[in-house]
Design a binder for this molecule. Structure first.
Ligand code: NAD
Length: 368
């Protein structure tokens, strides 16, 4: 019997609601495999700050340090509510970035996936979706503008100023490129390299290193594309993309656009991989506008479980079963409130009902 310790960071807003559905699935996986999951809930984010005076408390660090994998719910408050927390302790600066730094989770995998049969969820026309959208966005997660030098103060003219630097060294670029080329090799062997080298020197180095790494993966075709153009093509022709690689902030923005073209951020799970530790989280935020209503879409959270099963525990078959089960609920004519309007011919499910339907479908799959 294999045993894994999983740190569960419920987070804020819709976090606890969608985490409950992820836990439901983990218990099913446990019940039909030779595996036990030691599930440890621990505070993280704004709720942790109010409860323990720190957004990333020591007790949570200790649990995460010990864990075989971390499953994280979204964190954050509404714009107005977040002003109750000092700027440097607000959830992203006080918890999320420190966690990424602590575990050096430099490679963020964000699948943007919508099969043809679910084209009705997308705001794009069916002819644009064609045979379906299937993109793996790979975002560098511990460098660039979000982790560079920051300074605020008063300048010589007595004006408030701020400086934030976009910083990368060649090793940081090399390791994310290796991840991207290896991923492209397993997929269609086409890599879209997203950059802004017409303006940013950081992108010039990014592209130089990309070409050096490309020499080790000659079978992969590289298509270079400026980030602004990539944003347009994601709307006009998303099926032209397969594997994409990009720096931290470009990835933050383009992956949310990815959620937009699918129809909702609720369809966006993710994996954040370091060499020694990984954590899994929905790509979206805590959705304070719908928190506590049992209407959030837990697909992103359950999909993050599927990624954890595959990428941290090597349970590829159960991961596939889970993806299949989530898709089958939609294919059976059900929807969550973020994806469809009442009266549009689908049966609307609450957060917990969606989790129950996925659980039922999962139990019908075979893990042999
Ligand atoms: P958001 O992603 O929380 O929400 C944007 C929109 O998408 C909202 O209309 C929301 O209702 C909807 N949405 C998101 N997830 C959904 C789901 N699973 N089901 C149904 N609808 C869903 O973005 P925001 O409102 O800009 O940010 C809210 C808070 O989240 C902020 O404090 C922000 O800093 C934080 N945030 C955290 C993370 C993270 O934890 N990694 C990521 C992004 C934003």
């Amino acid at each position: 019997m294999t045993s894994y310790k999983i740190a569960l960071l419920d987070g804020d807003g819709i976090g606890p609601e969608i985490m409950a559905e992820a836990v439901k699935i983990l218990k099913l996986v446990e019940s039909r495999n030779d595996v036990t999951f030691d599930l440890i809930h621990t505070p993280f984010g704004a709720s942790a700050w109010f409860e323990c005076g720190s957004a990333f408390p020591d007790q949570t660090k200790a649990v995460c340090d010990e864990a075989d994998a971390i499953l994280k719910g979204p964190i954050g408050l509404s714009h107005e509510e977040s002003k109750k927390i000092p700027v440097d302790e607000q959830p992203e600066r006080g918890a999320l970035l420190p966690m990424r730094r602590r575990y050096n989770t430099y490679a963020n995998f964000r699948p943007v996936y919508l099969p043809k049969g679910l084209a009705h969820f997308s705001p794009l026309k069916p002819e644009i979706i064609g045979e379906g959208i299937d993109i793996m966005m790979i975002r560098e997660l511990v460098g660039g503008l979000y982790f560079g030098h920051k300074e605020t103060g008063i300048n010589e003219d007595g004006r408030r100023y701020v400086t934030e630097s976009l910083e990368y060294d060649e090793d940081q670029i090399k390791r994310i490129m290796k991840v991207a080329f290896k991923t492209a090799m397993k997929r269609k062997k086409v890599l879209h390299n997203i950059h802004k080298s017409n303006v940013l020197k950081s992108s010039v180095l990014w592209n130089e290193v990309m070409e050096e790494v490309h020499a080790d993966y000659p079978e992969v075709e590289v298509i270079n594309i400026l980030v602004d153009a990539a944003a347009t093509y994601l709307c006009l022709k998303p099926t032209m993309f397969d594997t994409m690689v990009m720096e931290n902030m470009f990835g933050d923005i383009l992956s949310d656009q990815g959620g937009g073209i699918l129809g909702s951020l609720g369809l966006m799970p993710s994996a954040c991989m370091g060499d020694k530790k990984a954590y899994y989280e929905p790509s979206h935020g805590s959705a304070p506008d719908i928190a506590g209503k049992n209407i959030a879409n837990p697909y992103s959270m359950i999909g993050s479980v599927a990624m954890m099963l595959e990428m941290s525990f090597g349970m590829d078959m159960e991961a596939k079963n889970l993806w299949h089960s989530m898709q089958s609920v939609f294919a059976d004519g059900f929807s969550t409130a973020d994806l469809s309007k009442e009266g549009s011919g689908v049966t609307m499910l609450s957060t917990s009902d969606f989790g129950n339907k996925v659980a039922d479908a999962f139990l019908k799959t075979s893990n042999a």
